[in-house]
Design a protein around this ligand. Structure first.
Ligand SMILES: Nc1nc2c(ncn2[C@@H]2O[C@H](COP(=O)(O)OP(=O)(O)OP(=O)(O)O)[C@@H](O)[C@H]2O)c(=O)[nH]1
Ligand SMILES: O=P(O)(O)OC[C@H]1O[C@H](OP(=O)(O)OP(=O)(O)O)[C@H](O)[C@@H]1O
Ligand SMILES: O=c1cc[nH]c(=O)[nH]1
Length: 258
């Protein structure tokens, strides 16, 4: 029964803190009524859904960036078939940067004290060591620059997985990670989760290298309900970060950067 419900929920956004403010709920309804990109919401209006439904059905492992006008505009331009290649890449890079920044927020920080030029002590925080990125080729590579723009010297591993077009079965062709990956927190990059099969296979390979799913933060831009649910069912400890869960995911994302 829950499966039926989730597939009927084409359009969701949810705050990262997993609770919905009245302002956020109001904004969500406004988008559902006014956005031309929310085409699949017409049969199943978003205002009839609560944003906690998706959380309940998929679980707290799924974290959506808080919806705002800026993110909604980027999603709209990326989805618009009349968008030029240059605008698509520009907007995708902006959305990637927002997801990367939030992904970094999920990593461990420790407290530290620094001295200011005027000799004052300042109680701040610093990243803990032991993070790395892994991009799933090809489309995940489009997210590497966004991560490097924030973390200049972060190590980035790569994995190539291709799905059989008929059976959808995912096969691993190439994987190269930092040797101590089992001891790191990994930002796994893949912009579009459709079936979820590619990511599931990637996480299996990371598991084989000794990395537990609880140390993986999946950075993506768009997900179908099915994709997110499949990944969480397979790996209940993973964290998935995305900007939108929608029944229709954009396609050919990798080709935009080719
Ligand atoms: N020569 C070389 N140095 C690298 C490479 N990747 C990372 N480094 C450097 O090696 C150092 C240690 O890298 P990491 O092990 O990823 O760093 P970390 O221990 O997680 O933490 P940070 O030092 O804060 O990055 C960093 O200063 C990086 O700049 C590489 O592929 N080649
Ligand atoms: O169904 P999933 O396993 O969740 O994968 C979804 C991705 O796969 C397809 O791309 P493609 O296979 O061409 O991958 P690439 O663009 O990364 O090369 C599709 O355009 C999505 O980007
Ligand atoms: O390059 C582009 C432009 C619009 N939409 C895409 O999917 N790719």
């Amino acid at each position: 029964m829950e499966t039926d419900l989730i597939e009927k929920m084409p359009c969701h956004n949810q705050q990262l803190n997993n609770s919905e403010s009245p302002e956020h709920a109001a904004k969500h309804v406004r988008f559902a009524r006014s956005s031309p990109a929310a085409d699949t919401c017409q049969d199943e209006p978003c205002e009839h859904q609560t944003t906690s439904d998706i959380q309940r059905l998929i679980g707290p492992q799924l974290k959506l960036l808080p919806l705002n006008d800026q993110i909604r505009e980027l999603q709209t331009i990326i989805r618009d078939k009349t968008t030029s290649r240059g605008d698509f890449v520009f907007c995708a890079d902006r959305l990637i940067r927002l997801v990367v920044e939030e992904g970094l927020n999920q990593l461990p920080y420790s407290e530290c004290t620094v001295t200011t030029p005027t000799g004052h002590k300042y109680e701040g925080v610093k990243f803990e060591k032991g993070n790395c990125g892994v991009s799933i080729m090809r489309s995940g590579e489009a997210m590497e620059q966004g991560l490097r723009d924030c973390c200049r010297s972060i190590r980035i591993g790569k994995i190539l997985i291709q799905s059989d077009e008929e059976t959808q079965k995912a096969k691993v062709y190439y994987a190269k990670f930092p040797p101590d990956i089992s001891r790191r927190k990994v930002l796994l990059m893949y912009p579009i989760l459709s079936t979820g099969n590619t990511v599931i296979e990637a996480v299996r390979v990371l598991n084989e290298h000794g990395l537990q799913a609880k140390h993986i933060i999946l950075l993506s831009l768009f997900s179908t309900p099915h994709g997110a649910r499949s990944i969480v069912q397979e790996f209940p400890d993973i964290t998935i970060l995305t900007t939108e869960v929608h029944a229709v995911a954009p396609t050919h994302f990798g080709q935009s950067k080719a």
